[in-house]
Design a binder for this molecule. Structure first.
Ligand code: NI
Length: 392
């Protein structure tokens, strides 16, 4: 079956590059993927899939019914949105939309979803089980997965696979990560209220700026002394607002920050841990406080069995020298994690690096993708999906 999948992929290669370039040159922002969704729906329909549009606002779902011999339903998720970035590559298929660019490779992800659907619909024998392709909007704003889930895309799903491009892995190679792939990313706002006064008479006031500085310092020190160093926490206060004049003691300060963590138990405990530190410092010096903690997306935790399924599929297709086991997670965030509340899943990294030209990072205006990786991604995904039903 692997050689059959590779043969179909080789035949499809020019078409897949055409699809990728079309999507790349017509990028759309999160939640506005109307043309991309219509294009995706058209390709899926032409492969004979049952297609639903406007799922999760601008998302698309395509289903390929198998023989029904195996009742397990596998989902494959790709994302479709682009970023508010002015493209600065000189590619002939560069963005036609001023200020919008596929700088995170979601054009490639969408192409891989479509290519996998094309291959699996062209096998000589039907699949034993059903497969559902999720083309998700608004990943960059961490909204799309929850929109899709609210519309029921995970109903009945037994397992889910995903992919993300990675420029530091060579094009044509696959990165496999067991356990945590990305971090939980939350936002917080800390409001501190003291009492204003003359800058020359601090004892008659409650200095919210000085207390805020104590809060920041204590939080950073407490990470090193009270958090398990093997379960990383990154806390960044990126914005401070407060004070009106050099000689007036500030009565209010607002701190805004982001909090990243990898371990689910740590993530769960962070709001209470932060609340306790902020409350203790503020009470000590007589200030009032309020913590507004907003949960973002949880950490992507790759399922061991499914990760092994993808690793073995990639090794069978490309050899062990083109499969890297990734030793470190990323502290970036990915809303693929929200699907994992409903079914086990795994996301692999697809190398898109060039051997002979600079590799700019994701979200960079000169970010480029080594297109040889498209076939690697499509074959890996299609073969891993096929193998899913071959296992008990
Ligand atoms: Ni992305």
């Amino acid at each position: 079956m692997l050689s059959r999948i590779k043969d179909i992929a080789a035949t499809l290669a020019p078409r897949l590059i055409e699809i990728r370039r079309h999507i790349h040159s017509h990028p759309e922002l999160s939640g506005q993927e109307y043309q991309t969704a219509a294009y995706v729906a058209g390709v899926l329909s032409s492969c004979g899939l049952h297609v639903q549009e406007l799922v999760g606002k601008t998302g698309v779902v395509g289903e390929l019914a198998g023989t029904g011999a195996d009742r397990r339903l596998l989902a494959i998720r790709t994302d479709m949105d682009a970023l508010p970035i002015q493209e600065r590559t000189e590619l002939e298929f560069a963005s036609h939309q001023p200020g919008i660019m596929h700088a995170c490779g979601h054009d490639v992800h969408t192409t891989i979803g479509l290519g996998t659907a094309m291959i699996l619909s062209q096998l000589d024998e039907p699949l034993p089980g059903k497969i559902r392709f999720l083309f998700q909007p608004a990943e960059e704003t961490a909204q799309g997965a929850s929109w899709m889930i609210r519309d029921g895309v995970m109903d009945g799903v037994n397992a889910i696979l995903g992919v993300h491009v990675f420029p530091t892995i060579p094009g044509g190679s696959v990165g496999i990560r067991y356990g945590a792939l990305t971090a939980a990313a939350d936002d917080m706002e800390i409001l501190i209220r003291g009492e204003s006064g003359h800058g020359a008479r601090p004892h008659e006031a409650i200095d919210a700026i000085w207390i805020a500085s104590q809060v920041i310092t204590t939080l950073q020190q407490a990470i090193s002394r009270t958090q398990n160093p093997l379960r990383p926490v990154v806390l960044t206060i990126g914005q401070i607002q407060g004070g009106r004049a050099p000689n007036v003691i500030a009565d209010q300060v607002r701190l805004l920050g982001t909090v990243r963590s990898l371990h689910p138990e740590t993530s769960a405990a962070l709001p209470a841990w932060i609340e306790n530190i902020v409350a203790t410092v503020c009470q000590t010096y007589g200030a009032k406080h309020k913590l507004n903690y907003r949960r973002g997306v949880p950490s992507v935790q790759n399922d061991p069995t499914l990760t092994q399924l993808v690793e073995e599929a990639a090794e069978a297709a490309w050899g062990t020298e083109r499969v890297q086991i990734l030793l470190e997670p990323s502290l970036g965030a990915e809303d693929f994690s929200l699907y994992l509340d409903h079914a086990p899943g795994t996301m692999f990294r697809l190398g898109v690096g060039f051997p002979d030209q600079p590799n700019y990072p994701l979200h960079h205006p000169q970010f480029q993708v080594n297109e040889t990786s498209i076939i690697t991604g499509v074959v890996t995904m299609a073969y891993a999906a096929y193998q899913y039903w071959q296992r008990g």
